[in-house]
Design a protein. Sequence first.
Length: 192
Amino acid sequence: MASPKLILASASPRRKDLLAAADVAFEIVQSGIDETRVDHEAAEAYALRMACEKALYVSRRRTDALVLGADTIVELHGEILLKPLDAADARRMLLALSANTHTVVTAFAIARAGRLLESAPVTARVTFHHLAPSAIDAYVATGEPLDKAGSYGIQSGGADFIATVAGARDTVMGLPVLEVLAALRRQGFDAG
């Protein structure tokens, strides 16, 4: 039997790049679901719920394929740092992350025909160097932080801010590739 098609239920260019780098054939279908956090929802629960909802939503419309949903949440001392509202919000987040360790949770979910097959959260701990306000301002001025949870990208300019990562860098980027590939194989997808 042929391997099923794979759909990535995400508009994230980072997830697209990570899957492509793993030599996985897929197409993209955005879910467009409401990503509002439930009051007092913990980072891991929030990321997992979003990943599942994205995968399920798209899988109900594309019953011919496996659907991969994912979501990344940054948490610092109990505060969830979403994508910044504007440059001032990005500065606030980066100042808070400076010289601190935070948790990045990337959850993934695999669904088919409206049925959840597998899901899991994967975490990494990221420690930032002390950041000078001028470095934060220069980074924010690039516009890069404005579409990223926690206001930084590990794969680009934000990498200079990072002292250590405990866990996989791809988890911080937005997709725990090894875990996802293993899960896809368990679901009958030829993930190489």
